[in-house]
Design a protein around this ligand. Structure first.
Ligand code: SF4
Length: 82
C-alpha cells in the first residue's frame, strides 16, 4: 500500500487498451502496467516513486487520471482540467 501517493484512473480509461498502453509508456517509474486485452493495473509497489511529472495526466480526457498527494493536508490532487 502506497503511503504518499494515490493514483486514480477512471474505469473507462483503464479498460481502454490503447490508453492503458499509453499510460504504461509515459510513466518514468512504471506505476502503470497494461495487460493484453486492455485492462490497466496500478503497480502498487511503484506508486510512491511517482515524481509528479504529470505525463500521465495527458492521457485520456481531462480528469480521468488523478494523482492524489496523501502527504498534504486536504489531499492535494493533480489532474488535467482542459
Ligand atoms: S505523475 Fe509521472 S511519475 Fe507520477 S504516475 Fe504520472 S507519469 Fe508516473
Amino acid at each position: 500500500m502506497a503511503l504518499f501517493i494515490e493514483v486514480q484512473v477512471a474505469p473507462e480509461l483503464a479498460n481502454d487498451e490503447a490508453n492503458a498502453k499509453q499510460l504504461e509508456e509515459v510513466c518514468p517509474v512504471d506505476v502503470f502496467s497494461s495487460k493484453s486485452g486492455g485492462a490497466l493495473e496500478i503497480v502498487d509497489a511503484n506508486v510512491d516513486e511517482c515524481t509528479l511529472c504529470e505525463l500521465c495526466l495527458a492521457v485520456g480526457k481531462p480528469g480521468q487520471v488523478k494523482i492524489v498527494k496523501l502527504y498534504e493536508d486536504g489531499g492535494g490532487a493533480l489532474e488535467r482540467t482542459a
